[in-house]
Design a protein around this ligand. Structure first.
Ligand code: PBG
Ligand code: ZN
Length: 327
């Protein structure tokens, strides 16, 4: 038969397009990051991330209430020292049971119980005076001493009542160290979302301003991954799965869609993709100048991440996308 094949029939109206769509993203798949400040009622806009704020606990509780009402159930929390001068060589304030982050976990759980999934970033870089994600000896990041501290941080979050800890240091063996440390204290219900596949990316720039966590010297290339590599991603994902991770993460998302796809086909664990600060900031900056339609571009990016195989999306756009019905 010589008839014209007509795929356009399936695109004739919005209702037909919706009926034929292969994928949808629900608010429940979003994880929204929040940055903490020690001062209870502080709210400071992050200059390089317009529309996102550093929040004291009183303001955080208000924001999380809004997130939950919008259907966003999971938050990723980032802490800092109480004061910039509290940064130290070993970053000890990171595992202080009375630290800002530990206090926020307790308040969130007291206020919202299991309605909210509290996930905490576990790292040293916002607490060390050198800004690296591990301990330093002779200008090198030492692995095995550092992961003991990383596990101590995770334990302090778990004892405060966190649902899931998310180690972001990219040192070797930390998932296993955290799992055994938590299990020894009967905290076997606390989950681990591993930043398993985290590249040494230039897209983290705005975040480092937000969290005040830039390395003072050098860079993170001896621990974060080489952007040229795919097989290394599979190896990292497999190791973290074997060490006991419950959820794997790939980060950043947009420049690494092929990696999301590859990891999702190699592992049966739930997969999170982190749509990072620089990806957010680039769109905000272009949209402010009227060079891009923010809603449409964000929609396109979020569906790309979902199509690649992410079950969960960590994104600073989450609130806008749900509130604005961009999806
Ligand atoms: C800390 C950490 C970083 C991010 C999440 N946790 C920064 C880094 O590794 O330098 C980046 C998040 C973002 O850019 O949105 N280790
Ligand atoms: Zn770090």
């Amino acid at each position: 038969m010589n008839i014209i094949k007509r795929p356009r029939r399936n695109r004739r109206s919005k209702a037909i397009r919706d009926l034929n769509s292969e994928l949808s993203i629900s608010s429940k798949q979003f994880i929204i990051p929040h940055f903490l400040l020690a001062k209870k009622n502080a709210k400071e806009e992050i200059i390089s991330m317009p529309g996102r704020y550093r929040l004291g606990i009183d303001k955080l509780l208000k924001e999380v209430d809004i997130d939950l009402k919008l259907g966003i159930k999971a938050i990723l929390l980032f802490g800092q020292t109480k004061d910039a001068k509290d940064k130290s060589r070993d970053g000890r304030q990171a595992w202080d049971p009375n630290g800002t982050l530990q206090g926020a976990i307790r308040s969130l759980k007291a206020n919202f119980g299991d309605d909210v999934v509290v996930i905490t970033d576990v790292c040293l870089c916002a607490y060390t005076d050198h800004g690296h994600c591990g301990f330093i000896q002779n200008e090198k990041i030492v692995n095995d001493k550092s992961i003991e501290a990383i596990a101590k941080i995770a334990l302090s979050h778990a004892e405060a009542g966190v649902d899931i800890v998310a180690p972001s240091d990219m040192l070797d063996g930390r998932v296993k160290k955290i799992r055994t440390t938590l299990d020894k204290e009967d905290l076997e219900d606390v989950g681990i979302m591993s930043y398993a596949v985290k590249y040494a990316s230039a897209y983290y720039g705005p975040f480092r301003e937000a969290a005040d966590s830039s390395p003072v010297w050098g860079d993170r290339q001896t621990y974060q991954m080489d952007i040229r590599n795919t097989k290394e991603a599979i190896r990292e994902a497999k190791i973290d799965e074997e060490e006991g991770a419950d959820i794997l993460m790939v980060k950043p998302a947009l420049a690494f869609l092929d990696i999301i796809k590859a990891v999702s086909s190699e592992s049966s664990l739930p997969l999170s993709a982190y749509n990072v600060s620089g990806e957010y900031a680039s769109i905000k900056a272009a949209a402010e100048r009227g060079w891009l339609n923010e809603a449409l571009v964000v929609r396109e990016n979020l569906y790309a991440i979902a199509r690649a195989g992410a079950n969960q999306i960590i994104s600073y756009h989450a609130r806008d996308a749900i509130e604005g019905r961009w999806l």
